[in-house]
Structures are given as C-alpha cells and as structure tokens.
Design a protein around this ligand. Structure first.
Ligand SMILES: C[S@@+](CC[C@H](N)C(=O)[O-])C[C@H]1O[C@@H](n2cnc3c(N)ncnc32)[C@H](O)[C@@H]1O
Length: 255
C-alpha cells in the first residue's frame, strides 16, 4: 500500500464581511482547493463549485476542525480552511498550529501556509478614521479558554500603558455581564472623555457604527458581532456638521 500523496493546507482569511475585502490570493486558493473546511457561516460566503467538497462545523469545535483539516491533507487532499477576518487573529491559524504541536509527528511536515485577511479592527478603524494610528493592543473578552482574572489584568495593563484597545468577542448570550465588567474596570482607570467606538457587523448589510465617550457609552448595545475600540489619552474626535465625527490617534506623543 502506498502512502497517500501529501496534500497541502492553506489557512485563509475571508475578511470581516464585504466580499470586496477578500484578497485575490485568498480567492485563488479557495478556487483551487479540493476541500473547504470551516465554520458554516464562513463557508456560506463561498460560492459552491462542482467537485469541491465542503466540511462545515459548529463554532465551538475549533480544535476538531483543525484536526479534520490535517487528516484530509494526510489523505492527499488540498484543503482550504477558511476563517473570518484574519486567520491569525483570534482564529483558526493558532488552532492548527496547536493541533500540529500536539498531534502526530508527521503533521509537522505538512505543507501548511497562512493567507492573511483584513481583521475586524482594521475594517472598523477604517470606517471612522484612524483610531489605531499609534500604539494599540487587541484583547479578546472571551473567557472560554482563559480565566476572567487574566482578562482583567490585561485590560488594566492596557489602560496603564495608555494603549488604544480593540476588544474582540466582547459579549455573548452565555456571558452578557463581561462587557459591563470590562467597562466598569476601564471607567475606573481612564478619562470619561475617552472616545469609544462600537463597530457592529462591519462590511455586512446590517453594519452599524456608533461613536461615544467612555462615560456615556451603553455597553448593553454590544453583541458578539461588535468590535469595540477604546481610545488612548491621545485619541481625538473631529466634529463635522451633519456627519459622524472622525476618530483618530495622532502618530506621535509629545514628550
Ligand atoms: C473569533 S473572533 C474572530 C476575529 C477575526 N479572525 C478577525 O480577524 O477579525 C470574532 C470577533 O471578531 C469581531 N468581528 C468579526 N467580524 C466582525 C465584523 N464584521 N464587524 C465587527 N466585528 C467583527 C467581533 O468582535 C467578534 O466577536
């Protein structure tokens, strides 16, 4: 019995919503794959092609999905594993490398590469100006795989370091209180006048963007489709008559 021809695995970012944000490289890799693997809503964004196999899975089974993709590659398939936004930002690329590290030694020889995509924080920032124009950090509020005490520690450190903060996974039905806890913590550490942006479903038909201040904002408006940006002490808004303000963080900080 001969071993199956080694295939390849491409971990592909589809961007946050608008198909115009899918890179030509991602489109080519998807078109050329024998198998597509991904969370169902991401696969639904890709037109069906005859002969191309689809393997869809639920949201909370990232490691199973990563292992399935690696097993398909072992069978000689060329697999496109699709992810929303950028696959390296709170997404499937890390799950694949975790599976490789803990999996069969042969998985380390698999032809695997990551194809970048636009991350939600970039798309959200672009909608309102340039809030990520100076030092920033990204924190996931999900405590599925880390303790909430660590989230609190990182939020406090980000506030102490005066970073602009991008919050991913800010709320879910299972943990509606966390976003309120996060804002309570940040309100105790940062100026109430700090600009805050809620960018919901960016690039999708139901996109909404709202700009407020840390003191005035209502965290209950945040859901799982929202990317939250909280400014640094340098982040500014530029008011405009009859239009939403611009939000930006200057390129430098005076000594
Ligand atoms: C599991 S993370 C995936 C992030 C993704 N890999 C990326 O780079 O954008 C899911 C979170 O990303 C954010 N997100 C993803 N798509 C978004 C969109 N179109 N608009 C606003 N936020 C989005 C939300 O905070 C959501 O809870």
């Amino acid at each position: 019995m001969t071993s199956p021809r080694a295939g390849s695995l491409r971990i592909i970012g589809l961007g946050p919503g608008d198909d115009a944000w899918i890179t030509p490289e991602a489109s080519d890799l998807i078109a050329g794959a024998s198998d597509l693997v991904g969370y169902a809503p991401y696969l639904e964004r890709i037109p069906a092609r005859e002969g191309q196999m689809r393997h869809q899975s639920g949201n909370r089974v990232e490691m199973d999905r990563a292992r399935l993709a690696l097993r398909l590659v072992e069978e000689g398939r060329s697999v496109a594993l699709v992810s929303g936004g950028d696959p390296g930002v709170f997404a499937m690329a890390a799950a694949v490398f975790e599976a490789i590290e803990g999996g069969k030694p042969a998985w380390r020889d698999i032809d695997v590469a990551v194809c970048p995509g636009i991350s939600a924080m970039q798309a959200a920032a672009a909608r309102i100006g340039a809030p990520l124009g100076h030092d920033f950090c990204a924190i996931s509020l999900s405590d599925n795989r880390k303790p909430w005490s660590l989230v609190e520690k990182r939020l406090a450190a980000a506030a102490e370091g005066d970073f602009v903060i991008a919050l991913y996974n800010p709320a879910s039905i299972a943990r509606p209180q966390r976003i309120h806890d996060a804002f309570a913590l940040l309100r105790g550490l940062k100026s109430g006048q700090t600009p805050v942006v809620f960018a919901r479903a960016v690039g999708r038909a139901d996109e909404t963007i709202s700009i407020a201040t840390l003191a005035s904002v209502d965290p209950s408006l945040v859901d799982m489709s929202t990317l939250v940006i909280i400014g640094s002490s340098q982040t500014k808004t530029i008011a405009r008559k009859g239009k939403a303000p611009f939000v930006y963080t200057p390129r430098g900080v005076d000594p």
